[in-house]
Design a protein around this ligand. Structure first.
Ligand SMILES: *[C@@H]1O[C@H](CO)[C@@H](O)[C@H](O)[C@H]1NC(C)=O
Ligand SMILES: *[C@@H]1O[C@H](CO)[C@@H](O)[C@H](O)[C@H]1NC(C)=O
Ligand SMILES: *[C@@H]1O[C@H](CO)[C@@H](O)[C@H](O)[C@H]1NC(C)=O
Ligand SMILES: *[C@@H]1O[C@H](CO)[C@@H](O)[C@H](O)[C@H]1NC(C)=O
Length: 637
């Protein structure tokens, strides 16, 4: 049926069509890959709600800041006084506002220049594959700067320079995947040239150092709030030399207790990049759920996800790995085993493979596991190892990560196995630790098979009774096994592992577990890990001494976020800024005064600046203190 449209209907129709076209155009514009060939790593940041501050006239402003004795002091601004924003004052007053603090010499000029982001120009002679990486890093840098802007019209104000040239050279253009031996150092020099361009010169061994340099450069740029209605500023001169103290700087996030859509994990990576963290340890599965789609074992996600759509697809994982790599981060996926495995593993009997997991959802849970629901892989069923080999193959393929492989291995409950074996008339009168050891041995063998016949250089396991003598020496080769030591910091566990010759990654529960302190989530059992770890606790924790041999065996540290009481709604606030405090510990390892355990004023001030920076990048980082304290540096200690 057709009919004529009235004039007003036609107008409405055309308007709708026009708007639709507009939306489509915007969509196409925003989805333009910024770098050819790197469009895969698109990212929608739902949290980044840009708030433009209304234009205020000079007479609206009450505060201005002045640098007095290396500290910014808030002053009432007179009618004719020049207004200096807190950011401008902080950047020019005594300290760097860099986070983490560089470990090499830093010289910062005392003058600032006004510019706008349209003046950026990338100048690089680097060849592929580094070139594409650098282009992408530069685009990310550019967008970090644009995110500082709070006044759309700011480009109209006068710039002090002609262009802002970013010159990048890397020594080895072939390196585009991170290894523990990758040199992440960089040198950044900012100075004007005779044409009145500001030139930021970045030199690094490879793209990873260059990326860190761009991160540091972005931190030397700030939004001068209310100065001339707001403008971008940077230092007229700066020189930074920097390199991390530890090669492994990890952050673990658990996606099994509560599922989090993949964009949330991208936000974690954005935060990690801002803090120069470099390993995203993804604890993807646990006894509660198995949300990871694996091509060779699709049953795991089919039976193990909370809902058919609450899964990470292969494409999503690959995209995440790419997204991470371009931010200087590698992704290590852990499918925990033999404990912390239950839901997702129940399809064995229906496919004629027997019980792949035992004690699954068994009650009363407290007899068979540390938290409900229970579940552990069945070490006596040979089919389990065939499944493991397929899992390993898929993980290696999806992440492309074969230098570091995480095998899980925490909190095995021997009583679960004992009960099952009793019921099945298998003798329990053996040391079940040996059964666990044999499981691990066979699993390692299958890992080697999945990895083309050789063991990944570093296989990580959580610390446990099995990583202690006498079992450790029997089952774990110290040349390839790295132990993630998560016991209490006062325990003898870490020093014993180091003395035993193992390389370690430190995740001491009483310092670097970010999930703790939110109370009990169940009626029975202890509130596993109260109290809350404050950022100061995280920051102060320095679980190594100055002994160079000891430190050589500490590959680094990892902060952990288990998610029994976290999902996407509180992910950011749980992580930030405490994970930033952790990042400075493993990048810079600043000295700790062991008698007073006090933290310098400079750390408070820089972290406060950095928290605002994380907010500008779309992370819902938690407030450190009342805003009065940010406005009055040094007055809240
Ligand atoms: C338990 O017993 C059944 C039947 O005898 C057998 O098929 C299965 O393999 C046994 N499981 C284990 C783990 O020994
Ligand atoms: C275990 O042994 C008992 C007694 O010999 C027998 O009745 C039972 O069927 C056995 N169970 C299994 C699973 O083999
Ligand atoms: C562990 O494996 C060894 C070698 O295959 C075997 O001799 C031993 O009995 C096994 N131990 C247990 C407790 O299953
Ligand atoms: C480790 O072994 C000790 C001594 O045998 C035991 O008391 C403890 O419960 C074991 N720990 C775990 C987590 O199983």
């Amino acid at each position: 049926m057709t009919r004529m449209m009235s004039a007003s209907e036609l107008r409405r129709y055309l308007l709708a069509l026009f708007m639709l076209g507009g939306i489509l155009l915007c969509y196409l514009f925003w989805n333009q890959p910024s770098t050819p060939g790197m469009g895969a790593s698109s990212y929608t940041n739902n949290n980044a709600q840009k708030v433009y501050i209304p234009y205020l006239t000079k007479s609206d402003l009450r505060w201005s800041w002045e640098c007095e004795g290396q500290r910014c002091v808030r002053k009432e601004v007179g009618k004719d006084d020049r207004h200096t924003s807190l950011a401008t004052c902080s950047m020019l007053c005594g300290s760097t506002q860099l986070w983490p603090q560089p470990t090499g010499p830093v010289t910062l000029g005392s003058r600032s220049v006004v510019f706008n982001h349209q003046q950026f120009q990338l100048d690089t002679m680097v060849s592929e594959p580094a070139r594409s990486f650098i282009m992408y890093s530069f685009a990310a840098f550019n967008s970090n700067v644009v995110n500082l802007v709070q006044n759309v019209d700011y480009t109209k104000s006068k710039s002090d320079i002609r262009k802002f040239v970013v010159k990048i050279s890397v020594f080895d253009a072939k390196v585009v995947r991170l290894l523990l031996t990758t040199d992440e150092s960089y040198k950044l020099v900012v100075r004007p040239n005779e044409d009145n361009d500001l030139v930021a010169m970045i030199t690094a061994q490879n793209v990873f150092g260059a990326r860190h340099a761009l991160e540091s450069l972005s931190q030397l740029i700030w939004w001068a709030e209310f100065e001339n209605g707001g403008m971008l500023k940077t230092l007229r001169g700066a020189s930074v030399q920097d390199a991390p103290k530890f090669p492994y700087r990890g952050l673990m996030v658990d996606t099994a207790r509560n599922f989090m859509p993949v964009d949330n994990l991208k936000r974690v990576l954005v935060g990690m990049a801002a803090n120069k963290l470099n390993v995203f340890h993804w604890h993807v599965s646990d006894s509660q759920s198995f949300p990871l789609e694996l091509p060779n074992v699709p049953q795991l996600a089919k039976y193990g996800s909370y809902r058919p759509d609450l899964v990470y697809t292969v494409e999503q994982v690959k995209e995440l790995v790419e997204f991470a790599n371009l931010r200087g981060i590698r992704v290590v996926i852990e499918v925990d085993m033999p404990a912390h495995a239950g839901n997702g593993w129940t399809w064995g009997p229906s496919e004629g493979l027997g019980d792949l997991a035992v004690c699954v959802n068994l009650q009363p849970w407290s007899l068979y596991c540390g938290e409900p629901p229970c579940g552990q892989l069945n070490p006596d069923n040979p089919n389990v190892y065939d499944v493991l080999e397929k899992i390993f193959k898929d993980l290696l393929e999806m992440t492309g990560e074969s230098e570091i492989f995480h095998m899980g291995g925490d909190e095995v409950n021997l009583e679960c196995w004992a009960q099952y074996r009793n019921r099945n008339n298998t003798s329990s009168y053996v040391d079940l630790n040996e059964v666990w050891g044999n499981f691990t041995k066979e699993a390692l063998k299958r890992l080697e098979k999945a990895n083309g016949g050789k063991r990944p250089k570093h296989v990580v396991v959580w610390s446990s009774n099995l990583t202690k003598r006498p079992y450790s020496v029997k089952y774990f080769d110290k040349n390839s096994i790295v132990v993630q030591s998560w016991g209490g910091s006062e325990w003898t566990e870490t020093p014993e592992l180091v003395a035993g010759g193992y390389n370690v990654i430190i995740s001491h529960v009483d310092a670097w577990y970010l999930d703790c302190g939110y109370g009990r989530w169940r009626e029975h059992g202890e509130a596993a890990c109260d109290p809350y770890r404050t950022w100061q606790t995280v920051y102060r924790h320095q679980p190594w001494n100055s002994d160079v041999y000891y430190r050589k065996q500490v590959l680094g540290g990892e902060a952990c976020l288990w998610t029994e009481q976290v999902d996407e709604k509180s992910l950011d606030t749980r992580l930030w800024p405490r994970a930033a405090a952790f990042a400075e510990r493993v990048w810079s390892d600043p000295p700790v005064d062991r008698s007073s355990m006090s933290i310098n004023e400079d750390v408070y001030t820089r972290l406060s600046t950095h928290r605002d920076r994380l907010i500008s990048r779309g992370l819902a980082a938690e407030a450190l203190w009342p805003q009065w304290c940010s406005q009055n540096p040094g007055m809240c200690l």
